[in-house]
Design a protein around this ligand. Structure first.
Ligand code: ZN
Length: 235
């Protein structure tokens, strides 16, 4: 049985980072449909030209195209032992298609990283960019104290212009409108888990590991052991 994980979460919840890390730690690919689309456009492949034409006409990339991309990616040899999906599925149609793709490959484990909207707005409000080294840093230390200069190089911190509160609230509204039907679709399944994303990244990581293990009916330690063993037998 393969380790089929879907990670969901609002923009700013740290989903991408957690997905990437979980995939790396478990020796499975992190599949981001957004990345696949961007790379195809940059490389100018047949798919990329198709996507670019849609975007130039101001149209969204439809379910059929995205499902085709996911299907192609998930049958590649490296994904047969499992994968972490980030950005797919986005609609109930896509979620149903994913179920079909995985008929003989074990259950889909869906983990929703939950962070209250207000916390996401607060995080963005506190995001600064260093004028010297260009790193994005938080304006608040772990204890909540304000930070005046870059913790890496001492440079002056400036607010990021694209991070205005209105933009974030708008993005969140779009996210909930788009995603709520899918959460409803997955919610009642025994392999659905919610993880508290409003805690430090290390804790989220542990909670994510525990959530996936419990969805499989295994203790967290056993999950990491079996993956390590698989990785060894492959080497
Ligand atoms: Zn700096």
């Amino acid at each position: 049985m393969s380790l089929n994980v879907v990670i969901m979460g609002p923009p700013g919840a740290g989903k991408g980072t957690q997905a990437e890390r979980f995939a790396r730690e478990h020796g499975i690919p992190n599949v981001s449909t957004g990345d696949i689309l961007r790379e195809a456009v940059t490389a100018g492949t047949a798919l990329g030209r198709q996507v670019k034409a849609l975007m130039d006409r101001g149209e969204l990339v439809g379910d059929d195209l995205i499902i085709g991309i996911a299907k192609d990616r998930l049958v590649r040899p490296d994904a047969l032992r499992g994968f972490v999906l980030d950005g797919f599925p986005r609609t109930v149609v896509q979620a149903k298609a994913l179920d079909e793709m995985l008929t003989k490959r074990g259950p889909v484990i869906v983990v929703e990283i939950q962070v209250p909207d207000e916390e996401l707005v607060r995080r963005v409000r506190g995001r600064r960019i260093c004028s010297k080294c260009g790193r994005t840093v938080s304006a608040f230390a772990g204890d909540g104290a304000a930070i005046e200069t870059c913790t890496h190089c001492g440079g002056e911190l400036i607010a990021r212009s694209d991070d205005s509160e209105a933009v974030v609230r708008d993005r969140l509204k779009g996210y909930w409108r788009e995603t709520q039907p899918m959460i409803t679709f997955y919610h009642q399944r025994p392999t659905y888990r919610a993880v508290d994303g409003a805690q430090p990244p290390e804790r989220v990581r542990d909670a994510l590991g525990a959530a996936v293990a419990s969805a499989l009916g295994k203790p967290a330690s056993e999950l990491s052991q079996s993956v390590a063993a698989k990785r060894e037998s492959k080497a």
